[in-house]
Design a protein. Structure first.
Lengths: 256, 256
């Protein structure tokens, strides 16, 4: 019987050349599709909620696929974790309505970006946060973040080529900037929730917010950057290793 | 002028063959002494507050040394961090009273041990916690921990050879077992504060606590293990990579 199955997975982005399958490279999609093909003895095409770039981590990435198979969540999780290799773990598996797509049926996605401020580099968070040596003004960053909430044309905040001829209107629900301590080291966590994201959008938003935090730009500059509708108007692209695809939300009617 | 200097450092234990200098191996003491010798153009012997085993991390290790040198904290920190290499950062430097020893003048040491419970391995905490698949009873672990507080002969809780002919009486001030979330993953943090620790004592205490948590032993077994005064009476040695030397306390009269 052909079933559609959704799996949730976490991975340390440092071990992968990105999400999307590429010949001769270790990718998340490649590792999962290969493991599924081995388990189910049929070729599998699996789609992901977010095509994370090389180096970007995921705590709650979701992938979906259809296969002619029996379904037992525990045994599928165990088999995938035995095969898919280091730095990647499958945490959940469930059967979903036929036709479900982890990519197209997602209603919102949460990303979290970790910035590690301080004159000295972090010892433990080095692989999980962007080390920024100069002190940042969190209030200014929050002021800029508030201007990004809502529906906007984010053309300035994506890789220029990727937007050609497509709608670049997206809606941000939430963008918060909070201090935290993880593994004993101080950091700043930026949470971003939106319906969907353009290529590199989160990293360009963060890079722009950091420029505001450093005092290189005034918070209201963010509005000018949005209005300009060209990549060069926004800030730098923040490094991949500070970013984690945290969670993806779906309408519950898909769960069987 | 000969000065005595104390530095505080953090390191990811995975990059070191332990703390103590060993020929042909990368060790914390070796990396720091070599960097100091290069900066100060004289051989330096530096002593550490805790001789962490291979794989054990430190957030707030303290080392002290004497040298005929000028002292500028910022420039010493910068030079050490430029030389001492990846996975090791010096966060503080201060001049202290002559004769100060990071090892012998410490009044207490705090260690934290991270356990990662769950049927699925962690993706981010893999290098920073002991993955335990079977659910644990935290209340039982706390009951056992409470029996360890105070002054006891911890001979059962150290590497047998290391205790020959020496006092194995130590005082534990605090031992707490609390759930936490770090890097998005659930974990259990055991905090241990004591005046001093025997070789592998924290890891054997944790291994014993986990046996209680798993229901293999009753909490009161801990008292029998203490009373037995032999290594085989206590639990397994927990893996090194879950352990972090968190903080070392000194009487403030040493600071200049």
């Amino acid at each position: 019987m052909v079933r559609t199955i959704a799996i949730t997975l976490s991975y340390d982005g440092s071990g992968f050349a990105g999400f999307a399958r590429q010949p001769g490279q270790r990718t998340v999609q490649g590792a999962i599709e290969d493991a599924l093909a081995m388990i189910m003895r049929q070729p599998i095409d699996a789609v992901g909620a977010g095509r994370t770039d090389a180096g970007v981590h995921a705590l709650g990435q979701v992938m979906s696929f259809s296969a002619d198979t029996e379904f037992n969540a525990r045994s599928l999780i165990r088999s995938l974790n035995a095969i898919a290799g280091p730095g990647l773990v499958v945490t959940e598996a469930r059967e979903v309505r036929h036709g479900f797509s982890a990519r197209f049926d997602a209603v919102s996605r949460e990303y979290r970006y970790r910035i590690v401020p301080g004159v000295v580099a972090p010892a433990f968070l080095a692989g999980f946060g962007w080390w920024v040596k100069t002190p940042m003004d969190l209030a200014a960053m929050r002021e800029a973040a508030a201007m990004l909430i809502g529906e906007h044309d984010f053309r300035s905040f994506c890789v220029a080529d990727s937007a050609a001829g497509k709608s670049t209107i997206r809606a941000l629900e939430l963008m918060t900037v909070e201090p935290a301590v993880e593994l004993g080291e101080h950091c700043i966590i930026v949470r971003i929730v939106g319906n969907a994201f353009l290529h590199s959008m989160v990293r360009i938003l963060i890079g722009s917010l950091v420029e505001v935090g450093l005092g290189k730009r005034d918070p209201v500059w963010i509005e000018d950057a949005l209005a300009a509708q060209e990549r060069c108007a926004a800030g730098v692209t923040a490094p991949a290793h500070g970013l984690t695809l945290w969670h993806v939300n779906y309408p519950t009617e898909y769960w069987l």
